[in-house]
Structures are given as C-alpha cells and as structure tokens.
Design a protein around this ligand. Structure first.
Ligand SMILES: Nc1nc2c(ncn2[C@@H]2O[C@H](COP(=O)(O)OP(=O)(O)O)[C@@H](O)[C@H]2O)c(=O)[nH]1
Ligand SMILES: [Mg+2]
Length: 185
C-alpha cells in the first residue's frame, strides 16, 4: 500500500482511533474499586507494572452510554500526598494521564474516614464523582446515608452502590455520561 492510500485510510479511521476518554478509579484499599472496574470493563483487560515500579495498574475498555472509555483501576491510596509507592503511582497517574473523570470509591460504613481524600482530589482540581459503595453492608448495620445532602455539600455527583450485588451500577453509568456530557468538551 502506498503512503497516500495509507494516509487516506487512517483519515477515514480518525474518529475511532482518537484518544479514548479516561475514567480512573481511586480510593482506599478494599472499598470495591476492582469489583466496579470489572463491572465497567469487558473481557479485554491488561495488567501491567506502572513504568519504573512494581505497582500493578489494570486497564480495560468499557462502553458507558454512547462512549467507549479507557477504565483504569489503581492501587489503594489513603492520601494524595504519597507515603507508599502505590500512592505515589496513583498520584502520578492522576496528574499525568489527565482523566476526564475520577471515580472516588468509598466504603459507606466508613464514610467520614474517606471523605478527606475526596476533598484532596477536588482541591487538586480533578473531575471527581463519588461512589458510596457497600451500601448493603451499611444498611445491614442500620446506617442510612443522605446521598443528596452529601452531593449538595460536596457539589459533585454522588451515587450509592453495592457493587458486589451489581446494585447502583446503571445509575453510576448514567452519572458518568451526564458528567462527561456537561463538563467535557
Ligand atoms: N458486601 C459488599 N462487598 C463488596 C462490595 N463491593 C466489593 N465488595 C467486596 O469487598 C472486597 C474488596 O473488593 P475489591 O474490589 O477487591 O476492593 P479494592 O481493593 O478497592 O479493589 C471483595 O471481597 C469484594 O467482593 C459491596 O458493595 N458490598
Ligand atoms: Mg483492587
């Protein structure tokens, strides 16, 4: 194939080969990030060490609404000011990959311990939405969470999920699409 034909071919392919929008999952360890990652992505997932580290990052693709996203699962982090290598990787990834959306996943049972990280992410200017996961366990211990009040206080979209039961995931996807439609050109 000559160069002109090649160029024409790639020109007609341009829309599908442009950079996918990126959605990065962040949060403390054991809050359900990887379960949500698996629900959002298909079977084609790659796990690789972040360059220059032994920290593993999983990447997959998933269709949310009309858009195909690159979804990235990160190692657990407690703070945006890194102490561990995992935290350093997640911080670097957030600052260099410029995701269209950062999904902060928190455990509904330990909400107040996890919200400081939400504030740090927002202060860093990241496009954050919040998934309050493990709603089933919170309900089981009699905790109710006013998600609307939380969304108003934080001024970001908030969704309640029980990922292990596949609850709230459609609502989460709707929230992602709405957010990207409103905030991403
Ligand atoms: N009861 C309950 N368990 C969950 C939920 N989401 C995740 N889990 C479980 O919590 C554990 C940690 O989940 P994982 O996705 O590995 O957490 P990660 O460390 O944030 O990636 C696993 O045993 C999951 O099956 C949920 O909504 N409800
Ligand atoms: Mg995980």
């Amino acid at each position: 194939m000559d160069t002109v034909t090649e160029l024409n071919k790639s020109a007609t392919k341009a829309p599908s080969t442009r950079r996918k929008k990126k959605l990065v999952l962040v949060g403390n360890p054991n809050v359900g990030k990887s379960v949500i990652f698996n629900l959002l992505t298909g079977t084609y997932v790659t796990v690789s060490n972040y360059p220059g580290t032994t920290v593993e990052v999983a990447r997959g693709t998933g269709k949310i609404g009309q858009e195909v996203y690159e979804v990235i699962d990160t190692p657990g982090m407690y703070s945006l000011f890194p102490i561990t290598e995992e935290e350093r990787v997640t911080r670097t990834l957030l600052l260099t990959e410029k995701p269209e959306l950062v999904l902060h996943v928190v455990d509904a049972k330990n909400l107040e311990r996890m919200l400081p990280l939400t504030l740090q992410l927002l202060e860093a200017g990241l496009p954050v939405i919040l998934a309050v996961n493990m709603m089933d366990e919170a309900e089981a211990i009699g905790r109710t969470i006013d998600l609307d009040a939380l969304a108003k206080a934080l001024k970001i979209p908030v969704v309640g999920t029980a990922a292990a039961e596949n609850r709230g995931i459609e609502q989460l996807k709707g929230m992602v699409s709405d957010y990207v439609r409103k905030h991403v050109a």
